[in-house]
Design a protein around this ligand. Structure first.
Ligand code: NDP
Length: 439
């Protein structure tokens, strides 16, 4: 493992899984005999392409687009598209690899993939976003299809972007089919898809706390990082169940509002107007705004706030060992990963050794892909499910995942370790399918 390979986050994700599944590989020789691990860590294919588009000044711009189709043993490739300047092959391999095991844990027929571009949507006009999305799809459409690969959103790709991508796919192929999930409701989207990941993370946490005999979230102070789709819907569900979410953050700083954050205002600032969180102070001058350059050394302001339960919902490696120490010292009892791999390995080790309940991303944030699969089912049968139906099925599925992870951990002698439980349960199902399907 070294920086020069450029595989840092991918190796970080892979290393965790390999440690977790070692007892399984030792106890069942079939997995080594069929070289499952060696086959699982190499994507089926990595597609890289050029995206040229015209900005508002008629200047031609060039970005790189990717789709990493990792594994389709359990169903069509499935995973989000991320538009962010930090996107590269390493990041997408990490996300695609995690997605295989996450999708396996849901029990639904979906394989693992991820894609996106180093395009930065920040500061771009609506027409520039549309032009970029359309150019991106001109290449991507060759590799996707409702039974082949069904992308969704991720950082920088929400309902608006999925709408433009879908519009272009339709134009090129003359087909109206469920090739993308996260579509707006009135042309094929599922109710509750935007809410699904954040709500699902809270459902998972409630089940985990119950299984671990801890006090429920009702009435408890919770900290949340991020201020995007996942974070704001986690905050919404926390309010629904009577908890008090007191923070959120974006790439420039953190808001701490001890009375509970103003969700409607946050939605307006971040989802509608796409502005900096600092704007929050114009309405709530008594709240605290901590800019990034005032964060604790090696850490993040949001994890310095005393809380009962923490929900990292922004991005990878945003909860470090320094942050874990602060959470432990402040009496936090549970950490749920809403974002993908937000905690560093050192942070996870600290949290687990201090007996905090720790819900890993691939189990706790599976709600988004679960409702994406519900969207595929609705599209395939040309039907629409009610909000209640989707919400009930999401809740049942998150509870099922949580119980399955906890029971697997117990079966393999690591009771209470949800990281190992999720890795073993997710791996086993994909591995068994790979053996049954042959080489
Ligand atoms: P959004 O683009 O809606 O929001 C991302 C948020 O994180 C924004 O507030 C953004 O700040 C902040 N952020 C992004 N990068 C950084 C960074 N480097 N440092 C600090 N803050 C950052 O994305 P989502 O909410 O959809 O995704 C958040 C996480 O959840 C990601 O890890 C994603 O992979 C994961 N996830 C998302 C799912 C979904 O359904 N959307 C499903 C499963 C996982 P700013 O506004 O300043 O850019």
């Amino acid at each position: 493992k070294s920086n020069s390979t450029g595989n840092n986050v991918f190796y970080q994700a892979m290393e965790e899984v390999i440690y977790s599944i070692a007892p399984l590989l030792e106890s069942d020789g079939r997995y080594s005999q069929h070289a499952i691990l060696e086959r699982l860590v190499v994507p089926d294919r990595i597609i890289q392409f050029k995206v040229t588009w015209l900005d508002d000044n008629n200047q031609v711009r060039v970005n790189t687009g990717y789709r990493v189709q990792f594994n389709n043993a359990l169903g069509p490739y499935k995973g989000g598209l991320r538009f962010h300047p930090t996107v590269n092959e390493d990041v997408l391999k990490f996300l695609g690899f995690e997605q295989i095991l996450k999708n396996s844990l849901t029990g639904l027929p979906i394989g693992g993939a991820k894609g996106g571009s180093d395009f930065d949507p920040k500061g771009k006009s609506d027409s520039e976003i549309m032009k970029f999305c359309k150019s991106f799809m001109i290449e991507l459409h060759k590799y996707i299809g409702p039974r082949m690969d069904v992308p969704a959103g991720d950082i920088g790709v929400g309902t608006r972007e999925i709408g433009y991508l879908f519009g272009e796919y339709k134009k090129i192929t003359s087909t109206y089919e469920g090739v993308l999930t996260g579509k707006p409701f009135f042309f094929g989207g599922s109710l509750m898809r935007p809410e699904a990941t954040g709500y699902g993370a809270v459902y998972f946490t409630e089940t985990m706390l119950e299984m671990e005999n801890k006090e429920p979230l009702k009435g408890q102070i919770c900290t949340v990082s991020g201020a995007g789709n996942v974070a704001l819907h986690a905050i919404e569900k926390l309010y629904d169940i009577g908890a008090v979410p007191v923070s959120c953050s974006d790439s420039s700083g953190t808001i701490y509002d001890s009375r509970g954050v103003d969700l409607e205002l946050l939605k307006e600032i971040k989802l509608e107007k796409r502005l900096s969180l600092e704007k929050y102070l114009e309405t709530h001058s008594e709240a605290k705004y901590i800019p990034v350059d005032e964060y604790p050394e090696g850490g993040h302001a949001v994890w310095d706030i005393p809380c009962y339960a923490a929900f990292p919902c922004a991005t990878q490696n945003e909860l470090t060992a320094v942050d874990a120490k602060n959470l432990i010292e402040n009496g936090c009892i549970s950490v749920t990963e809403g974002a993908n791999m937000p905690s560093t390995p050192e942070a996870i080790e600290l949290l687990q050794s201090h007996k905090l309940c720790f819900a890993p991303a691939k189990a706790a944030n599976a709600g988004g892909v679960v409702v994406s699969e519900f969207e595929m089912s609705q599209n395939a049968s040309m039907s629409k499910w009610s909000f209640e139906k989707v919400d009930n099925k999401l809740k049942d599925t998150m509870q099922m995942i949580c119980k399955r992870v906890a029971l697997t951990a117990k079966d393999y002698g690591v009771e209470g370790n949800y990281v190992d439980g999720a890795n073993i349960a997710g791996f086993k199902k994909v591995a068994d399918a790979m053996i049954a399907e042959g080489i």
